[in-house]
Design a protein around this ligand. Structure first.
Ligand code: G1P
Length: 289
């Protein structure tokens, strides 16, 4: 059975993005013409996911509002003959079956995934961290689902990062550091660069066997005193049940101010309607060729 369910952890406070994320959830911050959470949902839908559980927390009501049908707004657009906008809004609320579960205490990413265990109901799931935006032209999650189907073991996506940055990520010890797909021997969350097992970083895309929920259940707190998804993955790796898929395309960490700016410029230049005029603007302003 192909993987059809996904969990998007979105309960974090977004401290790296303050003050923008004080009253607006960081997942609702707009990049070009849509909020970060919409990029996440659209990426999953392109990969064949039909059912999504967003793990949220107090103050994140806007996430539900964004995907829910707004009948009054639709009636207004209909009356004003704004057919194209109306169509776009209707598509948005029918992208996937979206449900919500609350993480009431900030106990870590592993805990956020664990609170969605009943939603998973014994099925394999994709976990997608929305801060990490992957080039919409890629189908990384779709490829990972195919690998999961063939190998019947969990799959994580990794990217080679500068050595000095590996401490911001979970790092893997690969069996074959050069291969596109490799078995994972072990993992460490936020290693000191001197002790990192490699510079191959987890980039927030996981296809997980349901056994992950049982592992998370009894996991002690790890790095930063939090229940870490990476520590649960290390258990799978120890059992020889984890593969890593190397991603070589473009991605942006939209949870940081620099990554957000880079994503905005790159995605604006790629935009089918805005790209040409935005490039012209950058040329006129003397900041691009
Ligand atoms: C989380 C994960 C980490 C992963 C990173 C990707 O860390 O715990 O393993 O490498 O996302 O962005 P966070 O960025 O939430 O500290």
């Amino acid at each position: 059975m192909p993987v059809r369910k996904a969990i998007i952890p979105a309960a974090g406070m977004g401290t790296r993005f303050l003050p923008a994320s004080k009253a607006v959830p960081k997942e609702m911050v707009t990049i070009v013409d849509r909020p970060v959470i919409q990029y996440a949902v659209e990426e999953l839908v392109r990969a064949g996911v039909t059912d999504i559980c967003i793990v949220d927390s107090a103050g994140k009501e806007a996430l539900g509002d964004h995907f829910r049908c707004n009948a009054e707004l639709e009636r207004l657009l209909e009356k004003k003959d704004k057919t194209r906008l109306l169509e776009e809004l209707r598509q948005l609320s029918s992208l996937a079956e979206i449900s919500f579960v609350a993480q009431n205490e900030p106990l870590g990413l592993g805990h956020a995934v664990w609170v969605a265990r009943e939603y998973a109901g014994g099925d394999p799931v994709v976990v997608l961290l929305p801060d990490e935006i992957i080039d919409p032209a890629e189908n990384l999650v779709g490829e990972m689902i195919r690998t999961f189907d063939t190998a019947s073991v969990s799959v994580v996506a990794v990217d080679q990062v500068p050595h000095a940055s590996i401490g911001s990520y979970g790092a893997i010890e690969p069996e074959d550091p050069k291969a596109d797909t490799t078995a994972v021997r072990s993992l460490v969350e936020k290693p000191h660069p001197d002790n990192a097992p490699s510079d191959l970083a987890l980039i927030g895309r996981y296809v997980l066997d349901p056994s992950i929920f049982g592992i998370l259940e009894s996991l002690p707190p790890g790095a930063g005193g939090e229940i870490q998804l990476t520590d649960a993955l290390a258990v799978l790796a120890g059992r020889g049940r984890l593969l890593a898929r190397r991603f070589r395309g473009r991605r942006w960490d939209a949870g940081t101010k620099q990554g957000y700016l880079e994503a905005t410029v790159s995605l604006a230049l790629d935009h089918p309607e805005l790209g040409t005029s935005f490039r012209n603007y950058l040329r006129q302003a003397g900041v691009a060729q």
